[in-house]
Design a protein around this ligand. Structure first.
Ligand code: MN3
Length: 241
């Protein structure tokens, strides 16, 4: 019985890999994953995000997601060949519930943090939204200020741990939020979420701010806007349209 189940799981994961692999041109972002270096120094986001928080967040939290993800994929070699974003889009096709949950939490954790670091830049070096992105934000939310208020509300109201997102789908922008390490790639996993191309993501887990801001999540969110890498966000918007 156990052998049959193992064989079924193996065949099914291979089917998932076969289904998604042809659509992927590059094989670079596959397991085993390594912790990417931050694209700036740990203290580069001071005083908005403090050095100790960045060190622990990157070296401990992000590293743990990668360690757990690699451990899970070591027992699923077919899935280990699937690029991470494709894997996260295909989670409902992973038949083993425990494996699916581990990939959801730790694959999501790796993807979200890699995205988060690239979404940030030192204050003063973070650029401005492109004219096209500004126009899309104005069309969707009325103004940049109105957008920031709505995004901040989504981030503040996310109960417990999770993320706030700005996503683009079919040229339109939407604000959404997810619990834990879920994200807008996870089709069929988080049905209440607006799926699409993530442009901007804000980590509101307490580990992202508690050392410096304690329980003052709104203060963290307000400071965070100073270190948003608008050049990167604008480039993602350009690629999404
Ligand atoms: Mn985090």
């Amino acid at each position: 019985m156990q052998t049959d189940r193992r064989r079924f799981v193996k065949l099914s994961t291979l089917a998932v890999a076969a289904a998604v692999l042809p659509s992927t041109a590059k094989a670079s972002s596959v397991a085993p994953y390594q912790l990417p270096a931050l694209p700036y120094a740990f203290d580069a986001l001071e005083p908005h995000i403090d050095t100790a928080t960045m060190e622990i967040h990157h070296d401990k939290h992000h590293a743990a997601y990668i360690k757990n993800l690699n451990a899970a994929l070591a027992s699923a070699p077919a899935l280990a060949q699937v690029p991470l974003d494709e894997l996260l889009k295909s989670l409902p096709a992973v038949p083993d519930e425990a494996l699916r949950t581990t990939l959801r939490n730790n694959g999501g954790g790796h993807w979200n943090h890699d995205f988060f670091w690239k979404t940030l830049a030192p204050a003063g070096k973070s650029g401005v939204p492109s004219p096209d992105l500004t126009a899309a934000i104005n069309a969707a939310f009325g103004s940049m200020e109105a957008f920031k208020i709505a995004f901040g509300e989504a981030a503040t109201k996310r109960f417990g741990s999770g993320w706030a997102w700005l996503v683009a789908k079919d040229g339109k922008l939407k604000i959404t939020s997810t619990a834990n390490q879920d994200n807008p790639l996870m089709k069929g996993i988080v049905p209440e979420v607006d799926l699409g191309t993530a442009l901007l993501g804000l980590d509101v887990w307490e580990h992202a701010y508690y050392l410096h801001y304690q329980n003052r999540r709104p203060d963290y969110i307000a400071a965070w806007w100073n270190v948003v890498n608008w050049a990167a966000v604008s480039e993602r918007f350009k690629e999404s349209s």
